[in-house]
Design a protein around this ligand. Structure first.
Ligand SMILES: [Zn+2]
Length: 109
C-alpha cells in the first residue's frame, strides 16, 4: 500500500512539473530568462522522468538505464529546435531550420 501512495505522489509531482513548466515556457514574457531556464528545465524533467520510471518498474529493471540515451537525445533535440521570440517571448518550435518566423508576432526567430 505504501509504495503505491509514494508512486502516486511522484506521478502527481511529475505532472505538475510538466504542466507548470509548459505554461511558463509557452506564456512567460521574458524571452531571455526563459531561454536560460529552458535547458535546466529539460535536464531536471529528464532526470525526473528517469526517477519515476525507476519507481514504476520492478527492481533491477534495466529499462531506466536504457532510457538514458533516449532522454539525452530528446533534451538535445529540444534545445536545438526550440527558441524564444525576442520580440514577444513566445516559444517557437522551428525544427532544424536555422531561422523562422514567430507565429504570434511575425518577428524573426
Ligand atoms: Zn514573436
Amino acid at each position: 500500500m505504501r509504495p503505491t501512495i509514494n508512486l502516486l505522489i511522484w506521478l502527481i509531482a511529475f505532472i505538475l512539473v510538466n504542466v507548470t513548466g509548459s505554461l511558463y515556457f509557452w506564456f512567460g514574457r521574458d524571452a531571455e530568462a526563459k531561454s536560460l531556464r529552458y535547458r535546466w528545465y529539460l535536464v531536471f524533467d529528464g532526470l525526473f522522468l528517469l526517477a519515476v520510471l525507476t519507481m514504476l518498474l520492478p527492481p533491477r529493471s534495466l529499462l531506466p538505464v536504457m532510457m538514458i540515451p533516449v532522454v539525452v537525445v530528446v533534451i538535445v533535440y529540444n534545445l536545438r529546435t526550440t527558441t524564444f521570440c525576442p520580440r514577444c517571448a513566445r516559444m517557437v518550435k522551428r525544427g532544424f531550420r536555422a531561422s523562422g518566423e514567430c507565429p504570434r508576432c511575425g518577428g524573426k526567430v
